[in-house]
Write a protein that binds this ligand. Structure first.
Ligand code: PLP
Length: 405
């Protein structure tokens, strides 16, 4: 009898299970709209030209080696990541006053994990709030890091297929002080609905009045509008204009196409730079006890690109073209559904933003799409717009039409 015999099977992770099932599906016509990765018009993964160029130059640079990085990571990378988020010293008081610092992490998830442990163990915060719905990993990461209570704030309004702002505000107002509020910086996953600038201002008011702790999750900077500056608006407003202490967890998976390199950063904005030495010392022990120090390759790529004007320009073009392709697919899908007179209102497909669309398709319709049409999407009805391309738009729209009727 094995000592592991009593280990119970953990529930599967929906998005990975579906992805596996789709890849294994022998149907000649199928569509993978589940996993959140970018695909070209040909349905292929894309290595950004600036990434290739940075890698080539790194391979030829004899000054580079494979020594360990410091526990908190490659500092020039973290500095570049903080600036990408907050802007420059002319526009960002925290940057100008030396009140912001970054810690390199294992992509966005790793940033959330380190930060959650810091908030739970060092600041003794116990309650975190997630939007309803949210990225499905937030709960697991925060509970694993030591948080005790997860609360939800209303976000998606099923009827209007958009943001339930009144519900959100009501729930945030009722949150106890020092609750950690996870806010999606842009391109909310899974709904594709973001607050407007006016709405963000009201959220900032409540965060200040109720002494809540804002934790921004920024996994799609540049992906939402095609412009990294625009997509940082909410975080910059809180940090630069409102002088609110915050943390932002950044992922460079989507906007640099560096999914498996695990490039991330946690940006800390504080009101008094004196606290930074102690904070960094605690973060150092958290990382040391978790994975000791982060990997070099992806961070070096991002750092090289952001610090080289030609490569940075190329990167800007890349995010523009990726976000444009997504917007084109939104238009294409909506137009086809309207042409087919598919029952319902499909305007939300084009008002939503970023990689995902919350289609409003229900559980039965999703099951039907998978089993009858081999169109794979999450049971919540979320689709990855990048799974669409000019060759499968008609097929997917036809399948949606059939499922809805
Ligand atoms: N946060 C959100 C909202 C996401 O959608 C994702 C990825 O899908 C992540 C964080 C973290 O991704 P990664 O760990 O690959 O950077």
């Amino acid at each position: 009898m094995s000592r592991y015999a009593h280990v119970e099977k953990a529930p599967p992770i929906e998005v990975f299970e579906l992805n596996k099932a789709c890849i294994a599906d022998p149907a000649p016509k199928k569509a993978n709209l589940c996993i959140g990765v970018y695909r070209t018009e040909e349905g292929q993964p894309w290595v950004l030209p600036c990434v290739k160029e940075a890698e080539l130059s790194m391979a030829q640079n004899d000054a580079l080696n494979h020594e360990y990085l410091p526990v908190l990571g490659l500092e020039p990378f973290s500095n570049a990541a903080v600036s990408l988020l907050l802007g420059d010293v002319e526009t960002s008081p925290p940057l100008a006053e030396g009140r912001a610092f970054g810690v390199q992490t294992l992509s966005g998830t790793g940033a959330l994990r380190v930060v959650a442990e810091f908030l739970a163990r060092i600041l003794k915060y116990t309650t975190f709030y997630v939007s309803l719905p949210t990225w499905e990993n937030h709960r697991l990461v925060f509970f694993n890091a030591g948080f005790k209570t997860c609360m939800e704030y209303r976000y998606w309004d099923e009827q209007k297929r958009g943001l339930d702002f009144d519900g959100m505000i009501e729930d945030l107002k009722a949150a106890p002080p020092n609750s950690v509020i996870i806010l999606h910086a842009c391109a909310h996953n899974p709904t594709g609905c973001d607050p407007t600038k006016e709405q963000w201002k009201i959220i900032a008011d409540i965060v200040q009045e109720k002494q809540l702790f804002p934790l921004f999750d920024s996994a799609y900077q540049g992906f939402a509008t095609g412009d990294a500056e625009n997509d940082a608006w909410a975080v910059r407003y809180f940090a630069n204009e409102r002088n609110i202490e915050l943390i932002c967890c950044q992922s460079f998976a989507k906007n640099f196409g560096l999914y498996n390199e695990r490039v991330g950063n946690a940006t800390f904005v504080v009101s008094d730079p004196k606290v930074m030495v102690e904070m960094k010392s605690q973060l150092t022990l958290i990382v040391r006890g978790m994975y000791s120090n982060p990997p070099n390759h992806g961070a070096r790529i991002v750092c090289t690109i952001l610090n080289d004007s030609a490569l940075r320009e190329n990167w800007k073009e890349c995010i523009k073209s990726m976000s444009k392709r997504i917007i084109d697919m939104r238009l294409g899908l909506r137009e086809r559904l309207e042409r087919l007179k598919t029952p319902g209102d499909w305007s939300h497909i084009t008002t939503q933003i970023g990689m995902f669309s919350y289609t409003g398709l229900n559980r039965d319709q999703v099951d039907y799409l998978i089993s009858k049409h081999h169109v794979y999407l999450l049971k919540s009805g979320r689709i990855n717009m990048c799974g669409l391309n000019p060759s499968n738009l008609d097929f997917v729209a036809g399948a949606f039409d059939d499922a809805v009727r």
